[in-house]
Design a protein around this ligand. Structure first.
Ligand code: F6P
Length: 494
């Protein structure tokens, strides 16, 4: 780590500050990284992404999630057709729905993965924004097939004043459809009429036909499209809970922050481009250290769910062993983890300081305190001092006679500073990371928009489920069940 920070470590976009001073990258190394980025064709990739080219080549699709937050409504052409009229129509319907829900006490949002993490994070984060007007509905997020979550929610919700939003791009995800059926049965068991149930059920999906077959009325179906990846979908009607709880204007603010970050990403030179600089900093650490993991530590309790959202974004997008050309890649997504500071300091920071692995960290801080409690200013100062101190300690380390007390230092980190946390800056933050993820994919030559690796386990679960349903403890290994799994089924069935 150079004793002096490298030239110009401070970069700004949409009032978000990125400070790379503790990355240990000197000016010459940055020059090399930018040269590598230019050579990789990153600028052309960014142009193609926003132009609706089929950058998701394996599925022959565009990745136009940026159109969902294109509040300027300037045309976005997909295969010659402007997608903005369809996007704007969904905005109009969301706006009108916000004014229709009177007397609703509970909303059950059923979805998993990309149909869950984004709205769950946004609802939690915005609930901490001082002064933000909320409609005060209980927002329940139901994702796991494990009935623990279902039981807890159904114990609290009031059936006659509950609305249910079933969110699934494919509308074939087993966890979601089974949970949705369970919730419909609960409504029936609680004497809701079929008319009331039809009135209470909503769907957000790219598979309109399946939602109709499930029994959702057409007027209650909010579409999104195959050119939106599930993990990039919170900007679509998947983010409906944000609008319903905090009003359409707040949802628009969320989109506006993301849109502003997109304008920066697509127009700033690589040398000033925040998502690109963040991507290159990680690439540098991979090239110079044997990086296996990456941590995101928001020093804001409101963003405790951010690392979970980021895990899917990064690892489902870029956790791949072969590139766009089918050949093995040199680098791909590290393991991503994290949770809010200062809590995380009292958990795994020991390993950051003295473990054998170098783990790059993004410290994310918010300048304004996240409550209007009388203690807020004093507590916030301590929160910020911890954040700054950890980054400094990790960078410089400390020598000691006793090896157990040596901190080796040279542990790289970024500091990201948001002026405050509100819908706008939350949108900017999420779009910053989305754009960083796709920039990394481009640099690594990975298609960040498919996820073929999630299929095998789903396919294998079917015959196993049938074997468990049979109750037999004499299951034998066969084509799709091996010896180990057959033995495990047999203990479960015995
Ligand atoms: O199994 C992985 C996955 O397909 C994710 O990519 C997606 O976010 C999640 O499942 C949920 O999918 P859907 O929205 O189609 O229910």
């Amino acid at each position: 780590m150079p004793s002096k920070p490298s030239a110009n470590p401070i970069h700004t976009a949409v009032d978000v500050i990125l400070d790379t001073a503790y990355q240990g990258i000197d000016a010459q190394a940055w020059d090399g990284l930018f040269a590598q980025a230019h050579k990789s064709g990153l600028e052309q990739f960014i142009t193609d992404l926003f132009a609706g080219k089929h950058v998701n080549a394996s599925e022959n699709r565009a990745a136009l999630h940026s159109a969902l937050r294109n509040l300027s409504k300037s045309p976005v052409l997909l295969d010659g057709e402007d997608v903005m009229p369809a996007v704007s129509d969904v905005w109009r319907r969301i706006d009108s729905l916000c004014n229709q829900w009177v007397g609703v006490t509970d909303v059950i949002h059923i979805g998993i993965g990309g149909s869950d993490f984004g709205p769950r994070l946004a609802i939690e984060a915005l609930s901490h924004v001082p002064g933000l007007q909320s409609r005060g509905m209980r927002m329940h997020f139901l994702s796991n097939i494990d009935t623990a979550e279902l039981a807890r929610i159904l114990q609290r919700a009031q059936p006659n004043s509950t609305r249910v939003i079933i969110v699934s791009k494919s509308f074939t995800t087993l966890e979601t459809t089974m949970n949705a059926k369970a919730v419909v049965n609960w409504l029936k068991d609680n004497d809701c009429t079929s008319g009331q149930i039809a009135h209470s059920l909503f769907a957000v999906t790219a598979n309109i036909a399946a939602a109709k077959t499930f029994g959702i009325e057409e007027d209650n179906i909010y579409p999104f499209w195959d050119w939106v990846g599930g993990r990039y979908s919170v900007w679509s009607a998947v983010g409906l809970p944000i609008a319903l709880q905090y009003g359409f204007k707040t949802f628009q603010d969320f989109l506006a922050g993301a849109h502003a970050m997109d304008l920066h990403f697509r127009s700033a030179p690589l040398e000033e481009n925040l998502p690109v600089i963040m991507a290159l900093a990680l690439l540098y650490q991979q090239q110079t250290h044997d990086i296996k993991s990456f941590a995101a530590i928001p020093y804001a309790d409101a963003l405790d769910g951010f690392p979970k959202w980021l895990q899917q974004l990064d690892m489902e997008s870029n956790g791949k062993r072969v590139g766009r050309d089918g050949k093995p890649v040199k680098f791909s997504s590290p393991v991503v983890f994290g949770s809010s500071g200062s809590n995380a300091q009292h958990s795994y920071f020991q390993l950051f300081h003295q473990g054998t692995e170098t783990i790059p960290i993004d410290f994310i801080a918010v300048r304004k305190p996240m409550s209007d409690r009388p203690e807020a200013v004093a507590h916030h100062r301590i929160l910020m001092s911890n954040c700054l101190a950890q980054a400094q300690a990790l960078a410089h380390g400390k020598d000691a006679k006793n090896p157990n007390e040596v901190y080796p230092g040279k542990r790289p980190s970024n500091l990201l500073l948001l002026p405050e946390l509100n819908a706008f800056y939350l949108g900017a933050l999420l779009a910053l990371y989305e754009n960083r993820t796709v920039a990394l994919g481009a640099l690594w030559n990975i298609n960040s928009f498919d996820q073929p690796g999630v299929e095998l386990g789903k396919v294998l679960a079917k015959p196993i489920e049938q074997a468990l349903a049979s109750g037999s403890d004499a299951i034998e290994a066969g084509d799709s069940i091996d010896d180990v799994t057959a033995a495990r089924i047999n203990y479960l069935n015995s």
